[in-house]
Every structure is written in structure tokens, then in C-alpha cells.
Ligand binder design. Structure first.
Ligand code: F0G
Length: 429
């Protein structure tokens, strides 16, 4: 089964051994294209169902379980995996009623080994780095990509190099990059500038770039859709709702969904809703403008994971929106943090950016775009422990400009039996 790289704009093809991230002819983004027509491999629900629960590598990974759709020709011995994926799908009536819909599922990608969906793209990206014989890998990151890359690079005995924006990275993510032994560069620039820098430096020094502009990343991230649909027994939901930052995930979802149609796993497409923070909303603005004039923005939001003003995967995300009759919505920091408190409060939890899925579904339901009877699948992208400062700041009412609507106040009590009994005797309001 042959795979190749193909430009999304002019369809120029390149062999997959080439180290390129954009088309040499026109500058367009590249897809990894697989030939699914090989009659020796029958892709069917049962192929993937038979592998559920196996201990056998690489099929015990929730990415490589779908190897025929992710990277069919790869030699198993080249695969760098942490048995990523296999994340839970929760049906949450309380969160559904908050969002104003009858049926809401949340797939928790924070349950991946390093606590975010990035692991699904990193297993494929670092595997390709190994195939290409790379010794050094690099990324710019708002935190999760770097945490994941640092882990997978360490597993593959490669040097991970991460370009971090100054002072805005959530504590849990920073700690992971340092702990996993990556070379961490704290650069006095925002994510978008760091993205430019890492591309230039990687090219100059022959370092393999592992941001989501690398199409092998997106091949792994497609598996979120494969696994979710498998968990839903291949019943297609009406909506997939996902936060949008650098737009790698939404691009991957579009490609994965289309491929599922091509190979006959599903017979219709869900609609994609990409949710951006109001302060980091270049795709939203472009969508509202009918995709006429595109302008990057100077990003600012409490959801630091998606504090991105010029997403590299813009064209692929637009394509995914076109394929799925998708929509783009924006939500305020207040809406993000209130939705997060609801998701946290049912015992599931997530980091701020992830809460865009629920805040966005709520807003789209209020606007009548998502109908109450629609089935909605939201993606939680990162773990609750990634950004403890945002969580504690919210509940302590210490976030500037925000007023928590679902506060869980920490109670101060004296070292005194009666005082504790008095406090606990009253039921919480
Ligand atoms: N949610 C979380 C928790 C993220 O870390 C990111 C992206 C997104 C959503 C947005 O996903 O970029 O595919 O649209 N984080 C990147 C990083 C940019 O560097 O960790 P996207």
C-alpha cells in the first residue's frame, strides 16, 4: 500500500521520504495520502473491533489500532508509541443540560499519556522522524505539543527542542517539557513568532519539525474520530465540536471523516463546529467574512493553549468546514471558565481551552444552530491538571475581568472540633 505527500492546493506529489512541510511548487500545505484501494486489506469495523483489548503492540494503541488508515505501510519495529489513545467517551446529562441539548458525549483526550491529544499526533510524527533517521526534533508550543514531543523524543532517544513563549505557558506543561529532558528555549515572543522562528531554525540546522504543519502529526490525530466513531458503534453524531488554535485537530478531523466515508466505515458526515476564544479568533473572523479577507490577530485569552493569532493549518481547516458544512463560533474567557467549572464539577475536568467545546456547543444551541435533539460529540483536548493556576484563580475569584458563576470556595476553619462540625453541619448551598 503506497503513501505519498500531496499538496492540498495544486495536487503536486512528493515521496514520503522527503523532509518538506509545504509544496515546493506553490507553497501549499501537504497531506499524507494513502492508497486505500489495496484489495488485500479489508477495512471494516470488525478489523478494528477484533483488536480491542489486545496486549499486542502496536494494536494496543488507540492510534495504531487503525494502522491501515493511519500509516498502512509502516514497519511495526519503527513505531514509537506510548499506547496513546484509548480515551474514554463520557455521556454527561448534566453537561448536556448546561449546553441545552439532549445528548452530549465528551471524548476526553486529556486521558492520553502526557495529558493531551497531542500524543496521538506525536506517535506518528516521531515514528516518521525515526524512519527518516532524524536525531533532533523541534516545535514551537503553547505547552501541550512540547510536553508530548519531549516525552516521545526521549522514548526514541532523540533530542527534543522546544520554543516556548515567554511566561504564558501553563505550569503543568512547562514542568513536563523540563522533566522529559527536552532542550527548552524560553523566547521573548508569542506563539506565532515562535512558529516562524522554529521553521527557519529547523530548516537551517536540519532538525525535524513536529508542529502540526507536519502532515504526519495529523495522520495520528485523525484517530480521535476513528476511535470516537468506533465507541459510538459507527453511529454518526450530528455535530463534532472542537476547540481551534493552530487548527491541526479540526483539519485532521475533516480528513479522517472523509476517509471513513471513502472506505465505507460511515455513510454520512457529521457537521464540524470549530470553537475559538474571542481573543484568538482569526478563523472565526474569516468565516464570518465569507472567507474573503484573512487577517491574523494579536492573540490574548485565558485559554493559553489556543492563544494563537495566525494558525498554520488555516487552509486545511477551511477545507474541513467545506466538506462537513461546518461552522465556527467564538466564546469569551468568562464562558470558557464557566463551562470548565461545569465539566470539572461532574468529576471529569479539563484545561481551559478544552472547555471551548462545551461553551461553544451551548452558544450554538442558544443560537438555534445546534438543535436540542441533535447528538453532539465534544472533544476535551487537555487534562485538568495542566493549568492549575487558572482553576484555582477562578474558584478564588482572582482572575482579572472574570466573575465566577460556578465557584467552589475553599473554606478556612480553625483547628477546633466544634468549628469544623459547625461548618460541615450546614449543607452547602
Ligand atoms: N486544546 C489544547 C489543550 C491544546 O493544547 C491545543 C493546541 C488546542 C486545543 C488547539 O488545537 O492547534 O489543533 O487547533 N495546542 C498547541 C500546542 C498549539 O502548542 O500545544 P489545534
Amino acid at each position: 500500500m503506497a503513501s505519498s505527500l500531496q499538496c492540498v492546493d495544486c495536487a503536486q506529489q512528493y515521496p514520503i521520504q522527503r523532509v518538506i512541510y509545504s509544496c515546493e511548487a506553490c507553497g501549499g500545505l501537504l497531506d499524507v495520502r494513502h492508497d486505500f484501494g489495496d484489495p488485500s486489506i479489508a477495512i471494516s469495523p470488525s478489523l478494528f473491533d477484533e483488536r480491542l483489548g489486545t496486549f499486542a503492540a502496536p494494536y494496543n494503541s488507540g492510534v495504531w489500532r487503525f494502522k491501515e488508515l493511519v500509516y498502512p505501510g509502516v514497519d511495526d519495529s519503527a513505531i514509537v508509541t506510548r499506547m496513546e489513545g484509548n480515551t474514554n467517551l463520557y455521556e454527561l446529562p448534566r453537561v448536556a443540560s448546561y449546553a441545552g441539548v439532549d445528548s452530549l458525549f465528551l471524548k476526553h483526550e486529556g486521558e492520553n499519556p502526557t495529558g493531551s491529544f497531542k500524543d496521538r499526533g506525536m506517535t506518528t510524527g516521531v515514528t516518521q522522524a525515526r524512519i527518516l533517521g532524524m536525531e533532533r526534533v523541534a516545535c514551537a508550543s503553547t505547552g501541550n505539543t512540547s510536553a508530548s514531543m519531549a516525552s516521545y523524543a526521549a522514548r526514541a532517544d532523540m533530542q527534543g527542542i522546544i520554543f516556548l513563549q515567554n511566561q504564558q505557558i501553563a505550569l503543568g506543561k512547562l514542568a513536563q517539557g523540563i522533566a522529559f529532558g527536552a532542550t527548552c528555549l524560553e523566547i521573548n515572543a508569542d506563539f506565532d513568532r515562535n512558529m516562524e522562528l522554529v521553521r527557519q531554525v529547523s530548516e537551517k540546522l536540519g532538525i525535524y519539525l513536529l508542529n502540526s504543519i507536519n502532515p504526519f502529526r495529523l495522520e495520528g490525530q485523525k484517530s480521535i474520530m476513528f476511535e470516537a466513531l468506533q465507541q459510538l458503534r459507527w453511529h454518526v453524531p450530528d455535530w463534532i465540536v472542537v476547540p481551534g488554535g493552530n487548527l491541526g485537530n479540526s483539519s485532521a478531523f475533516g480528513k479522517g471523516l472523509l476517509e471513513m466515508i471513502q472506505v465505507g466505515l460511515i455513510d454520512r458526515l457529521p457537521r464540524l463546529a470549530i470553537i475559538q476564544a474571542e481573543g484568538a479568533n482569526p478563523l472565526y473572523r474569516h468565516f464570518r467574512d465569507g472567507f474573503r479577507q484573512y487577517e491574523p490577530v494579536n492573540a490574548d485569552t485565558i485559554a493559553t493553549a489556543i492563544k494563537i493569532g495566525n494558525p498554520v493549518n488555516l487552509q486545511k481547516a477551511i477545507r474541513a468546514l467545506e466538506w462537513t458544512s461546518g461552522v465556527v463560533e467564538q466564546v469569551s474567557d468568562q464562558q470558557i471558565m464557566d463551562a470548565k467549572a461545569i465539566i470539572d464539577g461532574v468529576g471529569i475536568g479539563c484545561e481551559p481551552a478544552s472547555a471551548c467545546s462545551v461553551a461553544g456547543a451551548k452558544k450554538l444551541a442558544e443560537r438555534g444552530i445546534i438543535k436540542r435533539g441533535d447528538t453532539v460529540l465534544g472533544i476535551l483536548t487537555g487534562h485538568v491538571l495542566k493549568d492549575p493556576e487558572a482553576t484555582i484563580g477562578y474558584h478564588a475569584d482572582q482572575l482579572p475581568g472574570l466573575s465566577p458563576q460556578h465557584q467552589n470556595v475553599m473554606l478556612q476553619v480553625e483547628d477546633d472540633f466544634d468549628a469544623i462540625v459547625r461548618v460541615l453541619g450546614k449543607r452547602a448551598p
